[in-house]
Ligand binder design. Structure first.
Ligand SMILES: Cc1cc2nc3c(=O)[nH]c(=O)nc-3n(C[C@H](O)[C@H](O)[C@H](O)COP(=O)(O)OP(=O)(O)OC[C@H]3O[C@@H](n4cnc5c(N)ncnc54)[C@H](O)[C@@H]3O)c2cc1C
Length: 299
């Protein structure tokens, strides 16, 4: 196995163009597990550890441009106000050691349906900056996941950064697993309120072959919030509205039975997380002292 160690971004792209089958390695928390268990034996490993710009980020008015190799810990410590949903998701990844090494670029590269970044990125709204010696393109996150552990990158492309819409309202992330730490999601749910556009976006993890949005649930809720004047009045959401939203979120799942849980449990849990995250974010949107008691409370 050859170890390619580019010291800059242009060299990394040139190396990937020359060796399209080379496996990029950032934090290595997925790649090294696969190599150690002999699930993968690539001819070339492409180490991105010396490409400094991948660990940088820029905060603009509308977007945060997050370098592909910014570790989870940094997101939790430095980007919580701008990316609250992703920061919450980062909190639930592995252990402190994994969060120090693991990156959003690696989560996207692995494209596991159980990856914790995906629901948060889908809910916030994001684009993946994919680059090669041929140029750079932006892939909307909804189009990035193409199958189980498959993504839309071409063989000669690398992820340079992720452009994530800066939060303009409350965001939440919820994950169900067999214990609280060091657990791969049985299923996960991300929700973002976007008061500026009066829309709500969702993201579901580990309950379909790829991470997905609950489009029908979003359409239903967006229409109901607009018709009822909820954004303007900030009044509590009726339980029936939250219940129907939760049901539609469950309906967006296409889960399987596996060692971590049954399809039926996943569908149910997604509905519960949808109702809870809606209540939490709506309470936050309404402001202190105006909780949805008697409204869309958690069950
Ligand atoms: C003990 C343990 C616990 C874990 N717990 C969780 C968890 O709770 N939640 C969770 O989501 N994940 C978990 N993981 C998986 C892993 O930590 C995450 O997926 C992490 O985000 C991977 O990031 P990385 O930088 O280490 O990726 P790497 O291992 O370096 O790479 C992962 C994949 O992405 C590709 N890649 C990396 N960078 C790029 C790039 N710039 N361009 C293109 N492709 C790229 C690699 O080739 C590889 O296919 C866990 C792993 C371990 C070992």
């Amino acid at each position: 196995m050859d170890f390619l160690r580019p010291t800059g971004w242009a060299d990394a792209l040139a190396a990937k163009a020359e060796h399209p089958a080379a496996v990029p390695i950032a934090g290595g928390t997925d790649v090294m597990v696969e190599i150690n268990f002999d699930q993968r034996r690539p001819e070339h490993l492409l180490d991105l550890g010396r490409v400094d710009e991948l660990t940088e980020w820029e905060t603009g008015e509308e977007y945060v441009r997050l370098g592909a190799a910014v570790p989870y810990t940094r997101i939790m410590e430095r980007l919580r106000p701008e990316l609250p949903g992703l920061a919450l998701a980062a909190h639930t990844v592995g252990s402190p050691q994994i969060r120090h090494r693991g990156t959003v670029g690696g989560n996207l590269g692995a494209a596991s349906p159980a990856g914790d970044c995906h629901p948060a990125l889908l809910a916030a709204g994001a684009e993946i900056e994919a680059a090669s010696v041929r140029g750079t393109r932006l892939i909307p996150v909804d189009e990035f996941y193409t199958g189980v552990k498959r993504n839309a990158l071409a063989p000669d492309e690398l992820i340079r950064a992720v452009r994530i819409r800066r939060a303009d309202g409350p965001q939440q992330f919820s994950k169900v697993g067999t214990r609280n730490a060091m657990v791969i999601a049985l299923c996960a749910f991300g929700l973002a309120l976007h008061p500026a556009t009066r829309t709500v976006r969702t993201g579901i993890g580990s309950a379909a072959p790829t991470p997905v949005r609950a489009h029908a649930a979003e359409d239903f809720l967006n229409a109901a919030l607009a018709e009822g004047g909820f954004w303007e009045s900030g009044r509590a959401l009726p339980p029936s509205l939250a219940g129907q939203f939760a049901e539609l979120c469950s309906g967006a799942c296409a889960p399987i039975d596996d060692v971590r849980g049954s399809a039926a449990y996943r569908r149910h849990a997604v509905g519960v997380m949808a109702r809870r995250t809606l209540a939490w974010t709506w309470d936050e949107f309404r402001g202190p002292g105006r909780s949805t008691e008697g409204g869309a409370s958690c069950a």
